[in-house]
Design a protein around this ligand. Structure first.
Ligand code: HEC
Length: 441
């Protein structure tokens, strides 16, 4: 009996070792990882496993999409293939939350009629429409459930944000009619330990940062993933076709072991120099030693006309990319040689920490507070990791209280960490922060 148990344990160990190698081995695959892969048991910092998970997730999200199959990857082609990417075929925010509160189509694979978007654009498979119902709706950066000032790139164009949901997340919202505010479950008193809404395991939500490329230097253009999109001009309200580049991508997935979701964040590698003053062409920095302003100098309302005057974005040296994340980036970017994706990098992965064996699932009742998450402030905390994406939380680099999970934790009980549901369920409740509104003089 003992022998049998030992033999089984050895098999389990061998299997575990084969499934979750330490260190993780980078490999390109069109299949998104279902969860992080951590050898069992593992009691130390799991950064390398989470960063490996993030890169697998990123590469699966930017894989060429299977034709006419929203959310599916074309497994017959490599990551360098052309055409729409998997994440671009997810359901975008405007398809889920209609301005008039009407029901989204039940079919994940369908595209909404032109009446559902502000541009009144007819959309076909793989199309991207960057248009919100207010001039600043997809331009304001995310604050604590509100919109803060805009980000102007060096070409004077505002960075545009797009949120997209995979089928698991979409079906859950549609089935429960969570696109309607009066359908959102109330939080009972006393407050429960677990969220009143819980997305199913396998839900994926991404937030993309896009930039109209006009006026960017040639050398930079060749390093960006570019595609056509229908873009609404915030000044005139007119919509036209423009070439936009992906400059940032947040990916969150609800997994079986991490019901607090795993938070992955990528940037195009030319956002800003590694150290202030390195000469070169950057998207958000002019290559001079000019420091970054403490606060966003540009109001969201009224929004200055494009081309707007850019400010210098600098990566805070105290919260730069973690050395292990740098190492993972080099390995993965080597694998991506010959494709535009080699010019993208992981900034941070955030995940819920727990005491002891990290291979075990984290209980749903655990929160996303800073002391419960990486990089955090609790046991195992490191101060030397980024927690903000320069293209999306540009002014949140200094306070870990404003890391991904800590900010989204405020939406945990009501909407399972997803601010967009709280903000956009009809009638929508997303407004510019008072500091982002410049009073008329
Ligand atoms: C200061 C608060 C704050 C921080 C910090 C923050 N976010 Fe968000 N995030 C928001 C808000 C608010 C929205 C919704 C914006 C809207 O409604 O249009 C959002 C939207 C998102 C979405 C779309 C799904 C959703 O939650 O509705 C993703 C994915 C996301 N953020 C990921 C991240 C990641 C990854 C980080 C860290 C690198 C991060 N966020 C940091 C406030 C924040």
């Amino acid at each position: 009996m003992l022998l049998r148990t030992m033999a089984l344990a050895a098999v389990a160990l061998a299997a575990g070792a084969a499934i979750c190698p330490n260190p993780p081995v980078p490999a390109l695959s069109p299949r998104a990882p279902a969860d992080v892969c951590i050898p069992d048991p593992f009691n130390a910092l799991t950064l390398n496993f989470f960063d490996d998970y993030s890169w697998r997730m990123f590469t699966a999200m930017v894989w060429p999409a299977a034709h006419n199959q929203r959310g599916g990857a074309d497994t017959a082609r490599g990551i360098g293939g052309s055409g729409a990417r998997v994440f671009e075929t997810f359901k975008s925010l405007w398809e889920v939350f209609h301005d008039d509160g009407s029901a989204p189509t039940a079919a994940f694979n369908a595209y909404d009629p032109p009446s559902a978007n502000t541009c009144r654009a007819a959309t076909r498979f793989g199309d991207v429409v960057l248009a919100a119902s207010t001039p600043y709706g997809d331009i304001g950066q995310a604050g604590i459930g509100e919109l803060t000032g805009p980000l102007v790139a060096q070409n004077g164009r505002y960075v545009r944000y797009q949120t997209l949901y995979n089928q698991v997340a979409y079906d859950y919202i549609v089935r429960n009619r969570y696109y309607l505010r009066d359908r959102l479950p109330p939080i009972p008193s006393p407050r429960p330990d677990v969220p009143v809404m819980q997305f199913p395991v396998g839900s994926i939500v991404v937030k993309a940062a896009w930039l109209d490329v006009r006026g960017l230097p040639k050398a930079l253009l060749s390093r960006l993933y570019k595609r056509p999109a229908t873009v609404r001009d915030p000044d005139t309200g007119a919509c036209s076709s423009a070439t936009v580049a992906l400059i940032g991508l947040h990916i969150v997935q609800k997994t079986a072991t991490r019901p607090q979701w795993i938070w992955s964040s990528f940037e195009q590698a030319d956002t800003a120099p590694l150290f202030a003053g390195i000469v070169g062409d950057y998207l958000l920095n002019d290559g001079s030693p000019t420091p970054m302003p403490e606060e966003n100098p540009i109001p969201l309302v009224p929004l200055p006309k494009q081309p707007a005057k850019p400010f210098n974005v600098v990566r805070n040296s105290a919260t730069s990319i973690h050395p292990n994340t740098h190492a993972a980036n080099s390995a993965w970017r080597d694998l991506l040689k010959g494709t535009v994706w080699r010019n993208y990098q992981l900034i941070v992965t955030q995940w819920p920490l727990q005491p002891g064996n990290q291979a075990l699932p984290v209980p749903v009742a655990n929160t996303g507070d800073i002391y419960n998450t990486f990089p955090g402030t609790g046991p195992g905390a490191t101060s030397d990791s980024a927690f903000a994406n320069l293209t999306m939380e540009t002014f949140d680099q200094r306070r870990v209280e404003l890391g991904c999970m800590s900010c989204h934790n405020r939406a945990r009980l009501a909407a399972d960490f997803l601010w967009s549901v709280l903000d956009h369920a009809y009638p929508a409740k997303i407004a510019p922060a008072p500091a982002a509104v410049r009073a008329a003089r």
